[in-house]
Design a protein. Structure first.
Length: 280
């Protein structure tokens, strides 16, 4: 009798997990249908086609694809992703560009040449330029944040027709005087960006939304949209990732988060490899 009870409990749990996954996949695909972005960081461009199939099955509609050079390989990836209904943005970022953007300008020139020559094109650029990675950030915090703001301003001015997005951390609240206006860093960046993604890495819908509430309000006030980023990788601090809780729990929290967000604001998941290997 005890063995039968164990079997029944195991079966019920298996069904519950399956239902959770089905509901989660339905939720993610629904995002694609109503124009809500569901983005995905793609840091490893050596991954095989099973990862792109996985992204498609989960309802991803935009990928931030890292590459340090532009080639036919990039074009083929974009072609396959587009065929699955997924747009692709070029993902790149070095904190060194904040103080010396000469290498960045060369990379943008290469990007523009690729865009002109390739039959399959990136939707735009998704920059992950993080000032806090600078080894002297704590000593030069205000200076580096101001230089980052200036970089986003210069890129907006020099490339007015380019779609340029930025990742920003959830703590960009420092008030910085730039171009005669003193306001939080996130407001300056939103002003200069086509869109931002907040690295609002928390493991509940309430905390994710709370981490980005000011940015959401400001984006709405200036007619911009943004994505809220969530983490799936292992981390010593459990509250920043869904790694410990697993995929079903994450789907449930993202479903709740969707109800809180303005309709055209999206969600982005970091990142393809950790999500692919995430437990049910």
């Amino acid at each position: 009798m005890k063995k039968i009870a164990i079997i029944i409990i195991a079966a019920v749990l298996a069904i519950a997990i399956a239902i959770g996954i089905i509901i989660g996949v339905f939720y993610l695909k629904e995002n694609s249908d109503n124009e809500r972005a569901l983005g995905l960081w793609w840091w490893d461009n050596r991954l095989d086609s099973s990862y792109l199939d996985f992204a498609c099955e989960k309802g991803i509609n935009e990928i931030y694809y890292y590459t340090s050079s532009f080639s036919e390989k990039n074009s083929n990836f974009i072609k396959e992703a587009n065929r699955k209904g997924i747009e692709v943005l070029w993902l790149a970022g070095k904190y060194e560009w904040i103080e010396d953007s000469s290498d960045l300008v060369l990379k943008i020139d290469e990007f523009l040449e690729f865009q002109k020559m390739s039959p399959h094109k990136f939707k735009g650029i998704h920059f992950d330029i993080e000032p806090h990675q600078h080894p002297l950030f704590e000593e030069k915090r205000s200076e580096l944040l101001k230089k980052f703001i200036n970089l986003t301003y210069v890129l907006r001015t020099d490339y007015p027709n380019l779609w340029i997005e930025y990742d920003i951390p959830l703590w960009f609240d420092d008030v910085i005087l730039f171009d005669g206006t003193a306001k939080p860093v996130y407001e300056h960046i939103i002003d200069n960006a086509s869109k931002i993604t907040i690295m609002s890495y928390r493991d509940s819908s309430e905390e994710i939304y709370k981490a980005a509430e000011n940015e959401i309000d400001y984006a709405l006030s200036v007619g911009k949209t943004l994505n809220l980023g969530v983490e799936t990788g292992e981390n010593d601090d459990d509250i920043v990732t869904f790694y410990e809780e697993g995929e079903v729990y994450m789907y449930n929290e993202l479903s709740k988060l969707k109800e809180k967000l303005p309709q055209n604001f999206g969600i982005a998941i970091h990142h393809i490899k950790s999500w692919y290997n995430m437990k049910d």
